[in-house]
Design a protein around this ligand. Structure first.
Ligand SMILES: N[C@@H](CCC(=O)N[C@@H](CS)C(=O)NCC(=O)O)C(=O)O
Length: 210
């Protein structure tokens, strides 16, 4: 299977962790893909033109990070990242969606910061910034109850790593982003949980060399 991915650090951390958890490294061929490049063939596989996109051997594609993770999770016999049923499943899916929304809000801010500073929309950045801070605050409240590993937690590690990495370069490009923002400040439970989980082997063995 070919994994179309953006060659930027931490864009791919969640899918790499899922691949590692599933023991699928040998079955995945990473293909560097810059989704914003004009003329890119990505839309041939995914009409939305987004990464990650997973192209299977028969040419059919699975896309949307959360869908790809669940597909990969269906291909192994170890403990599933997607609980099979019941409240555990709803909570894992909701948390994965929350974390994915934090990631997407950061992407929207990054894209806005590509504009010239005086053409950037402060309201767009502020609205998305609130999604990030409120999302992190919600995860801080939930963190004391985090147990084991599920897709919600895996996606949260990926989203937080991404936000942490992108603050400085985005603030450098935008007068509307606070360069001193520290996601850990006031979030001790999340911070402790993050250090514990992100140290797991599945997060520490990148499949993709940037
Ligand atoms: N949360 C979504 C994010 C997908 C997404 O928007 N990826 C960006 C990464 S830069 C992208 O491909 N953007 C290209 C575009 O919107 O045209 C997922 O996991 O599938």
């Amino acid at each position: 299977m070919k994994l179309r991915y953006t060659p930027i650090a931490n864009y791919v951390q969640t899918v790499e962790a899922v691949i590692n958890h599933a023991g699928l490294r040998d079955r995945i061929e990473p293909v560097r893909t810059r989704p914003f490049d004009p003329g890119i063939d990505l839309a041939d596989y995914n009409p939305l033109g987004t990464v990650p996109t997973l192209v299977r051997p028969d040419g059919s594609a699975i896309y949307g990070g959360l869908v790809i993770y669940e597909y990969l999770d269906s291909l192994h016999d170890a403990a599933p990242l997607y609980p099979a049923a019941g409240e555990a499943r709803w909570q894992a899916l909701r948390r994965a969606w929350l974390a994915d929304g934090v990631f997407d809000a950061m992407v929207r801010i990054i894209v806005e910061a590509w504009e010239k500073p005086d053409e950037q929309r402060q309201t767009t950045i502020a609205r998305n910034w609130l999604k990030i801070t409120r999302g992190l605050d919600a995860l801080e409240k939930e963190a004391p109850s985090f147990d084991g590993l599920d897709i919600g937690q895996a996606r949260a590690v990926g989203a937080i790593s991404f936000v942490a990495l992108k603050i400085a370069p985005t603030a450098a490009a935008s007068p509307h982003v606070d360069p001193t923002f520290d996601w850990r400040a006031g979030r001790p439970a999340l911070s402790n949980w993050f250090d514990r989980l992100s140290g797991m082997e599945i997060f520490q063995e990148p499949l993709i060399r940037l």
